[in-house]
Design a binder for this molecule. Structure first.
Ligand SMILES: N[C@@H](CCC(=O)N[C@@H](CS)C(=O)NCC(=O)O)C(=O)O
Length: 219
């Protein structure tokens, strides 16, 4: 059985965005069962955990003594084993990987910068100065992804792990209206979120924080 490391608690803004979520979604798309290993901060710092995840982060996916970290690498390893996430032919595999890397290296940094300014530095003077440039660059990137999706359901001719990765990146903007204002991207994200595997994975992920959310609502 596969074991996925997850965080016992994260702040509300991070729920639905923790990087283990994309692995869960991939496992659900592939129809592969898994168990959770719920980590406290102490568990993250333990030498045994650092031995498999040097940064003490999630996700780690482990099976039969083999543990792997980095969400992109893990999703790729799952996709290698599942046609649901990646076509079997060479060109289809290459195109899937190309979009996975594009999501992680061409789009995620632009999204992460704006999200970090919003969540971590909302009032700082330097952040106020940086925000217009960061948002302009993000809009350019989003426009480019939207352009690719014009007239298409998915980035290629079917859903792949490239879409899974792109959508998890785009969803990190759900606290703002960038995506809502771009109908092609908005429909793309909604189409992905309507997939049964996405819904099941998100429900599993959010269940971790249900108790905390209840307590916060009562405050
Ligand atoms: N590049 C890594 C990033 C993983 C990452 O940022 N994990 C965060 C949660 S989203 C984490 O574990 N944070 C806790 C910490 O750093 O202590 C990946 O994609 O797997």
């Amino acid at each position: 059985m596969k074991t996925l490391s997850v965080l016992k608690w994260v702040p509300p803004f991070a729920r639905g965005s923790v990087k283990e979520f994309r692995v869960r979604w991939a496992l659900e798309e592939a129809g592969l069962p898994y168990e959770e290993r719920v980590l406290t901060p102490e568990d993250q710092d333990a030498a045994s955990y650092r031995a498999v995840q040097p940064f003490g982060q999630v996700p780690v996916l482990e099976e039969e003594g083999f543990a792997m970290f980095e969400s992109g690498a893990i999703v790729l390893a799952i996709a290698e084993k599942s046609e649901a996430l990646m076509p079997r032919d060479e060109e289809g595999r290459a195109r899937t990987m190309q979009w996975m890397f594009a999501a992680l290296t061409s789009v995620q940094p632009a999204v992460a910068e704006v999200a970090a300014l919003d969540f971590f530095y909302p009032e700082e003077e330097w952040a106020k100065l940086r925000r217009p440039g960061a948002e302009e660059f993000l809009m350019r990137r989003l426009g480019q992804v939207s352009g690719r999706l014009e007239g298409r359901e998915w980035l290629e001719d079917r859903f792949t792990a490239g879409d899974l990765m792109m959508v998890t990146v785009l969803r990190d903007l759900r606290h703002r209206d960038f995506i809502a204002k771009m109908p092609v991207l908005d429909q793309y994200v909604k189409r992905a979120e309507a997939r049964p595997a996405f819904k099941k994975a998100l429900a599993g992920h959010m269940a971790l924080y249900a108790e905390a959310a209840k307590a916060e609502a009562a405050e």
